[in-house]
Ligand binder design. Structure first.
Ligand code: IPE
Ligand code: IPE
Ligand code: MG
Length: 235
């Protein structure tokens, strides 16, 4: 009690509610995703300013392909535009972009290019690590990790081996497990996000729809997290 804990090293965010936000305003879903991108920009800056070292955002899941072609195409178009505008600033701020997910396949060609450019450009940066989950599914990630270990000839694995073989592992600089996972829009589920990594994460749910989520709310959630007692089964 009393003493505030440190700022979480790793915050992960399930950015949900763009569709409902748009619907409430009589706008198209894509306008909702556009507004969601604006929220994301602000949250990256806020997280960086607060001293968060790793920020992971769930941008597109392996299940999101079930949506209309129009919506899916629009989301990736927004991503390409976002990168074109924001990459320079992220690089100047020494941020490092990682992608979690099977991004080299299935994404539109220009999105693959934009993502590759971001990863390569920021590869040696040492500031905030910004992990974007694209065509990401946690079960996919775990299956892929096992297959990777099997292909190395392993017949037995440890928990550390599995962690290292995930997207969050060696290939992206061994990102520590998230301390805090935030989900917006009132939904209280993981939706195939970081199942392995969330073993001891703290959760925060808010009814705010993602496009309405502000840096102030982010800060207040982080401050509330800092009052929590994490036990890890020890007591
Ligand atoms: C989250 O917003 C963004 C993605 C899943 C790409 P949604 O589009 O899921 O918004 P709701 O849940 O329909 O309101
Ligand atoms: C989770 O949101 C995925 C992203 C935020 C990218 P969804 O809107 O796809 O999840 P469900 O369908 O409500 O579980
Ligand atoms: Mg949703």
């Amino acid at each position: 009690m009393g003493e505030k804990k440190p700022v979480p090293a790793h915050v992960a965010v399930i950015m949900d509610g763009n569709g409902r936000w748009a619907e409430l305003r009589g706008l198209s879903k894509l306008e909702g995703h556009h507004a969601g991108m604006d929220s994301m920009k602000e949250i990256i800056k806020k997280a960086d300013a607060m001293g968060v070292q790793y920020l992971t955002v769930y941008a597109f899941s392996t299940e999101n392909w079930k949506r209309s072609r129009e919506e899916v195409g629009g989301i990736f178009e927004l991503l390409v535009k976002y990168m074109a505008i924001e990459l320079k600033e992220m690089d100047e701020k020494n941020m490092k972009v990682n992608i979690f997910g099977d991004w080299q396949h299935r994404l539109p060609e220009d999105a693959i290019e934009a993502v590759r450019d971001a990863v390569v450009t920021t590869g040696n940066n040492t500031g905030l690590v910004f992990n974007i989950c694209l065509n990401y599914g946690s079960r996919d990630e775990i299956v892929r990790a096992f297959n990777k270990l099997l292909s190395e000839g392993r017949t037995e694995v440890t928990a550390e081996d599995i962690s290292r073989a995930l997207y969050s592992g060696e290939e992206n600089g061994n990102v520590p497990d998230p301390d805090l996972i935030i989900r917006t829009s009132g939904e209280e589920r993981l939706s195939n996000f970081l199942l392995w990594q969330a073993a001891y994460s703290e959760f925060a749910f808010t009814d705010t729809l993602w496009p309405d989520f502000t840096p102030e709310e982010f800060e207040s959630i982080v401050e509330e997290y800092r009052t929590r007692e994490r036990r890890y089964g020890g007591r």
